[in-house]
Write a protein that binds this ligand. Structure first.
Ligand SMILES: Cc1ncc(COP(=O)(O)O)c(C=O)c1O
Length: 387
């Protein structure tokens, strides 16, 4: 099997799994317990918090563990609308956010908030001028993702952060789930108030993530109970998950540069091959080294169906994705691909190929070979079918 669906989730690094198993068996205490085993567990959580804080160059007190990226996004956005409602009733986001952001804004609209969904250009990039133009006296929050999960486009977060400095009442949230541990983004440097990350996109465990909350800002909790995580996220800490996420961050820091460099080279070679072999292919997103994540590739084959391509590739032993994992079971054209100007036919025939640290150049070349084989076959079937 060649696994190329790493933006949906990654294989847990065996080193991560090992430390997690050790914690589960040996340090199973509740971090809130006063005895030795509880203290040991608490120390592990404290150590993990430090590792993640260091990676973001923030203080450990600004890191709050959650059950993943979805919860971190909900906590930030819903929390702001509760805590800072007195500042106004207007929110700004983009048309291409992950559902854990986009659907929250849709929900808030139903609750009476005014939301501006900023458009993106043909490569999937938001214009910082548009962000600034959308701000009104009533604006409370701007929420923009760093790397798009479907097409890999990198947003100009630092530039947007600089612009927002002129509007001290407006808070800035960034969903960095697809970039954390891969493409550097430091909250202080980029003037970010809230940043979401998740463990399972960087060879860490599923079910754990975190939210950076800038000092002096307060968010009301989504979950109320025992008062863990400074009262912002109650619930017994997922100690193995938290330790596993920190281990994944350490490994990403050691091996991440080589991964980014290699995957950028492999992506370019792959795209050259695909364009030579398949004239009908459309490449979605920004494929430049500065503008696109090297580990996400999105292709459209108009008039074919994504699911059919995904299953045909699976028969060749290659696992890719149709759209993002969270929406791949619905038969609607991708909102993200529509936002960059693709037609329904183009959007419905798209696949995402996403790399992780376990992949090799050979994997991507075998994927190119498999596409070179199955796409002409499927197109032939379509022709016969349409006659
Ligand atoms: C950009 C983005 N944000 C948020 C999430 C949700 O993260 P989690 O799966 O940890 O809830 C994902 C997961 O696909 C994502 O790609």
């Amino acid at each position: 099997m060649i696994y190329l669906d790493n933006s949906a989730t990654t294989q847990t690094d065996p080193e991560v799994a090992k430390v997690m198993a050790d914690v589960m068996v040996d340090v199973f205490g509740n971090p809130s317990s006063l005895h030795g085993l509880g203290v040991k567990a608490e120390r592990l959580v404290t150590g993990a918090r430090k590792v993640i804080a260091q990676a973001l160059n923030v203080s450990p007190e600004e890191i709050f563990f959650t059950s993943g990226g979805t919860e971190a996004n909900n906590l930030a956005i819903r929390g702001v609308t509760e805590e800072y409602a007195g500042r106004g009733k207007h929110l700004i986001t983009t048309e291409i956010e992950h559902p854990s952001v986009y659907e929250v804004f849709q929900y808030l609209e139903r609750k009476g908030w005014n939301v501006t969904y900023l458009p993106v250009d043909s490569q999937g990039r938001v214009n910082p001028d548009d962000v600034e133009r959308a701000i009104t006296e009533e604006t409370v929050l701007v929420s923009i993702m760093h790397v798009n999960n479907e097409i890999g486009t990198i947003q100009p977060i630092e530039e947007i952060g600089r612009r927002l400095e002129r509007y001290p009442k407006v808070l800035f949230h960034v969903d960095a789930v697809q970039s954390f541990g891969k493409i550097p983004l430091l909250p202080r440097q980029a003037k970010i108030d809230f940043l979401s990350a998740s463990g399972h996109k960087l060879h860490g465990p599923k079910g754990v993530g975190c939210l950076y909350i800038r000092k002096n800002l307060h968010l009301p909790p989504l979950l109320i109970g025992g008062g863990q995580e400074q009262g912002i996220r109650s619930g017994t800490e997922n100690v193995p998950g938290i330790v596993g996420m920190a281990k994944a961050v350490v490994l990403a820091r050691q091996k991440g540069d080589a991964f980014i460099r290699d995957s950028a080279n492999w992506k370019e070679a792959f795209l050259r091959q695909i364009q030579e072999r398949l004239s009908s292919v459309i490449i979605n997103g920004d494929v430049s080294r500065e503008g696109g994540a090297p580990y996400i590739i999105n292709l459209s084959f108009p008039f074919l169906k994504s699911e059919v391509i995904v299953h045909a590739l699976e028969k060749e032993g290659v696992y890719v994705s149709s759209k993002s994992a969270c929406s791949s079971k619905k038969e609607l054209p991708s909102r993200v691909l529509k936002a960059i100007g693709r037609s329904d036919e183009e959007a419905l025939g798209s696949i995402r190929i996403s790399l992780g640290r376990m992949n090799t150049e050979e994997d991507l070349m075998r994927c190119a070979d498999a596409l070179g084989k199955v796409i002409p076959m499927l197109q032939q079937v379509m022709k016969v079918h349409n006659r």
